[in-house]
Design a protein around this ligand. Structure first.
Ligand SMILES: C[S@@+](CC[C@H](N)C(=O)[O-])C[C@H]1O[C@@H](n2cnc3c(N)ncnc32)[C@H](O)[C@@H]1O
Length: 233
């Protein structure tokens, strides 16, 4: 089947086996790649004081960011209670609880709830965008949480041309994984946005001049840049 349109998957990942399999999977290469990409493109973030990870899930990326930015208070945000519980277990296990906090919040969130979190000098997100039926919610949240001059670094999958291409990516990158994880990866690829769709989202959000979109691998794109916008009130 051609994938001219995305095939949405459920927003949250609250099915216990799915959440546990996702949390225990070895995403070291991809997740460390998110952090390395952030530091390569924006080396000054190493001294950042406040970082938010949107759609933090079981907090593997969150923990990697916290280790890479040793001066930062890190806030992970997610709407999934099960994911947050797994994330908190991880943060405790790694001894990061003194400066990493995970907060239950569903995007789009009320401005007052976001205001409570304050502003951040780094906004990261990995693999959240393709879960959102209303992608503008992510870009609005980025604008609301970013302090002037904040670095934004959003990584996500991109949707292949058809199901054959999806199967090829699953075979290349997830052949050794459990069926649950393979199915999850397949569903995520089919739900992902295309670069041209995300560029349109950025134009609609008024973010296209400050954030650039780069396709960084056969299945990943990064939206990255420094946001000088005055955050909306
Ligand atoms: C594929 S996981 C990615 C988790 C993590 N960022 C990572 O890279 O491992 C997507 C996460 O987005 C969360 N999520 C989905 N829709 C959301 C929403 N509207 N608001 C907040 N979190 C959401 C899910 O609960 C899930 O934990």
């Amino acid at each position: 089947m051609r994938l001219d349109e995305r095939v949405p998957e459920p927003e949250l990942m609250e099915e216990p086996a799915q959440a546990r399999a996702y949390s225990e999977a070895d995403f070291a290469e991809a997740h460390q790649g998110v952090v390395d990409g952030l530091l390569q493109r924006h080396p000054h973030v190493v001294g950042a004081k406040r970082v938010v990870d949107l759609g933090c899930g079981p907090a593997d990326v969150t923990a990697r960011v916290a280790r890479a930015l040793p001066a930062a208070e890190v806030v992970g945000v997610d709407a999934g209670a099960r994911m947050l519980a797994l994330g908190r277990e991880r943060i405790d296990r790694l001894g990061l609880a003194d400066r990493v906090r995970l907060v239950a919040l569903r995007l789009p969130a009320a401005p007052a709830a976001l205001a409570e979190l304050g502003r951040f000098d780094v906004v990261v997100s990995n693999s959240l965008l393709h879960h959102l039926a209303e992608p503008a919610a992510l870009w609005r949240t980025v604008q609301q949480l970013a302090a002037p001059g904040a670095v934004v670094h959003v990584v996500d999958l991109l949707r292949p041309v058809d199901d054959d291409a999806v199967d090829e990516l699953v075979a290349t990158h997830a052949a050794g994984e459990s069926v649950v994880l393979q199915d999850d990866f397949r569903a995520s690829l089919r739900a992902a946005y295309r670069p041209e769709e995300v560029r349109r989202q950025l134009v609609d959000a008024g973010l296209d001049e400050e954030l650039e979109l780069v396709v960084v691998a056969d299945r990943h794109m990064v939206v990255t840049g420094v946001l000088h916008h005055r955050p909306p009130a």
